[in-house]
Design a protein around this ligand. Structure first.
Ligand code: FAD
Ligand code: NAD
Length: 470
């Protein structure tokens, strides 16, 4: 009989994604004894292994391909790229391997005990582990950071290698000749762009009447235009109602605004949202509560209904973004260490890494309208930015939402190349309670795209140099 290996720890963190490893490292830095548990061999979570990082590596490759094609507008002619999928896959895997190894080293130096296994609660102070050397951990505090997984395509039961979710798509086994992307959200547009740039004929179907539902339409427009140029079809108000494996692919049946109700594809990528990993965690043996969507309910300190257990990241609610998980991880660790921390951030940036990128933070125009909030919106078109012109990217736009009385910055939205980098200034402005004058009087380097933020604030004040309003 195998002897049961049991451990005791101050803090156990379940799940070593960007929420979990940040929590574990912060707790260790605060002098707590920490054990970090994950089913994977090394820390990193979905973000490193099958999310943010591999997708951004492949998007960089896609960008290189499209920039090389675009170069002919400048009189520079490259021949068509020859893509070695094996080399590209290895390059992406090396990035992941490098970073997860780095995280493992950082954990070891902090004396965080990394334990492999699938954890579930036996009670409010103990965990059962399967699949590793340790079978039980008794703890004073636990932080649940188990993340999320892809939602299944509703109404479709088949199992087929041709039906992929984001994890399989990121493995990049091959570049299919034809690819159907179901869902025009973050993943659909990012990975749809990757496969289209690598040579697949991509079709996108989206249930609602716009790509990136919920995002301000003026921010989505330039992305939609570019996506339509890149792929062979975008069908809004359309959904998949049937799918069948045939000898030559997947025969897909549609309902909605699409001409052909049936079509054959080599592969299908389903990306219709994600759901929290809160089942099979033994939460019924604790006082932790979940909501109707399975998210663990937490307060502003990320405490659950159980005094020994906190929860962070995707499993603890929207938005399901890595940087939100990381911030929550730090808060949870500080709360356990007795600090008065709380997740009181005013702006969580969102970035869709399409070409052009879309980024926003704080209040959006769509939200303001639905809440009936009075705001003043100021826009600066990138056609008036000299930097955008030198990059050949004048399709971008920067906009800001201000409180009409105080001029306080309430929200920022940017569409254009590098929008994901530029949004940081907007986040800081909102967190610092900045008003339009603060941004207008800040000197932005010339020629940079960051000037568009200053000019958007100047436009609100009626002072923008590069746009004229009587
Ligand atoms: P995760 O990263 O999901 O990690 C959870 C960990 O818990 C996993 O390692 C899992 O193995 C482990 N685990 C689960 N259950 C158990 C258990 N019972 N016992 C032990 N271990 C367990 N977000 C961004 O901000 N920017 C992006 O660019 C971005 N791109 C993305 C691209 C894709 C394709 C996907 C799928 C997601 C992307 N996201 C992005 C979202 C981001 O990956 C998540 O928000 C983030 O990973 C959540 O972090 P987390 O710490 O909550 O959990
Ligand atoms: P999503 O919510 O962004 O998009 C899903 C899309 O699928 C929506 O537009 C929805 O209307 C559509 N849809 C739902 N059911 C459908 C159906 N039956 N037929 C057709 N369309 C349907 O979800 P996602 O793209 O799967 O990504 C999941 C989450 O992962 C994101 O919400 C985000 O939190 C995170 N993520 C973030 C990034 C990033 O930060 N850049 C990148 C990828 C993923």
């Amino acid at each position: 009989m195998v002897e049961e290996l049991s451990r005791e720890t101050d803090v156990v963190v379940i799940g070593a994604g960007p929420g979990g490893y940040a929590a574990a490292f912060r707790a260790a830095d605060l002098g707590l004894e920490v054990t970090l548990v994950d089913v994977r061999e090394k820390p990193g979570g979905v973000c490193l292994y099958e999310g943010c990082i591999p997708s951004k590596a492949l998007l960089f490759a896609a960008e290189l391909v499209s920039e090389a094609r675009r170069a002919k507008e400048l009189g520079i002619h490259f021949s068509d790229p020859r893509i070695d999928v094996g080399d590209l896959r290895r390059w992406k895997e090396d990035i992941v391997e490098n970073f997860t190894k780095g995280l493992q080293g950082l954990g070891e130096r902090r004396k965080v005990q990394f334990v492999r296994g699938r954890a579930s609660f036996e009670g409010s102070e103990s965990l059962r582990l399967k699949g590793g050397e340790v079978s039980q951990i008794r703890f004073k505090h636990a932080i649940v950071a188990t993340g999320s997984r892809s939602s299944a395509l509703p109404g479709i039961q088949i199992t087929s290698d041709r039906l992929m979710y984001s994890s399989e798509a990121l493995e990049l086994q091959e570049v299919p000749e034809t690819l159907l992307v179901v869902g025009g959200g973050y993943i659909g547009l990012e990975l749809g762009t990757v496969y289209a740039s690598l040579g697949s004929k991509v079709t996108v179907v989206e249930l609602t009447d716009q790509l990136l539902p919920g995002v301000d339409r003026d921010l989505v427009r330039p992305v939609e235009k570019r996506v339509r140029e890149l792929v062979s079809g975008v069908h809004l108000k359309t959904r998949v109602v049937g799918m069948e494996e045939t000898g030559r692919g997947l025969e897909v049946e549609f309902e909605g605004e699409i001409e052909a109700v049936r079509h054959n594809f080599d592969k299908v990528l389903a990306c219709v949202g994600r759901k929290p990993n809160s089942v099979d965690l033994g939460l019924e043996h604790t006082n932790v509560q979940t909501d109707e969507n399975g998210f663990i309910q937490v307060d502003s300190q990320r405490r659950t209904g159980d005094q020994h257990i906190l929860a962070i990241g995707d499993v603890a609610g929207e938005p399901m973004l890595a940087h939100k998980a990381t911030r929550e991880g730090k808060v949870a660790a500080e709360v356990i260490a007795g600090q008065p921390s709380s997740f009181d951030n005013l702006a969580i940036p969102a970035v869709v890494f399409t070409d052009p990128e879309v980024a926003w933070c704080g209040l959006t125009e769509t939200q303001a309208r639905s809440e009936g909030r009075k705001v003043k919106v100021s826009r600066f078109p990138w056609a008036a930015s000299s930097r955008a012109l030198t990059l050949g990217r004048s399709e971008g736009m920067t906009k800001m939402l201000f409180d009409p009385e105080s001029g306080r910055v309430l929200g920022v939205g940017i569409v254009g190349c590098h929008a994901g980098e530029l949004i940081a200034e907007g986040v800081l402005a909102i967190e610092m309670g900045a008003v339009a004058e603060d941004l207008a009087a800040t000197v932005h380097a010339h020629p940079t795209l960051s000037e568009t933020l200053g000019e958007t604030a100047e436009a609100f004040l009626g002072q923008a140099i590069h746009i004229y309003r009587k």
